[in-house]
Design a protein around this ligand. Sequence first.
Ligand code: PGA
Length: 253
Amino acid sequence: MRTPMVAGNWKLNGTRESVRELSLAVAEGAKEFADVDVLVCPVYVHIGDVAANIEGGAVLLGAQDVAMQDEGAFTGEVSAPMLVEYGCTHVIVGHSERRALFGDDDATVAAKFIAAQRGGLVPVLCVGETLEEREAGDTEAVVVRQLKAVIDAAGVQALNNAVVAYEPVWAIGTGKTASPEQAQAVHQSVRQTVAGIDASVAQSLRVLYGGSVKAENARELFAQADIDGGLIGGAALKSDEFLKICSAAAGLE
Ligand code: PGA
């Protein structure tokens, strides 16, 4: 079956020292969860430090975004081959904050997804609706559109080497989690959309839930048939809380 994944998106947070403490604590604690893929995604400048801090352990390292290009005159960007050189295996693409605040539209997200894989990274593709879209009854249409934009550009087989994260925008950082039933319904439609093109890709695709996941609600969410773990923001900044979420994904508590 699908190996659960718990990914920490540290966003724009942390000093060198706080990130050192956090990454060492996660690396130590994650040793207990051999059956969960634990991923941490610091800001670019901390990636080298974190790679050293988690070296030799099982924690995976990712970035929060990636350039569409591999190299050249693209001031401020960081490319997939550069991230791989520093020990990254994964990268988040299409996070709702990138989509809303930095203009990453579906075409940009698809290009970043392709650039990530071209450079040797596993993309963690975020999809999710705003509150307005949910209230208008458009949740499924939005999520399927975001997903199809990538499938159309990269091909469905590309999902064999990717992770999808369903993150309702209204649940991110708000303390309002989607109910397990609400989340499961969207996860199921993600999997069915993929299954409509290729059943075996759909079967092995990991779909994470993100949006105000905490230790206290993780277990119920992860118990849903199509929820394969979580993408964690705020709660990933505290190692104890994050490790409890990993424990829930391992089915331990
Ligand atoms: P949150 O963020 O857990 O703080 O809601 C999740 C995310 O943005 O990935």
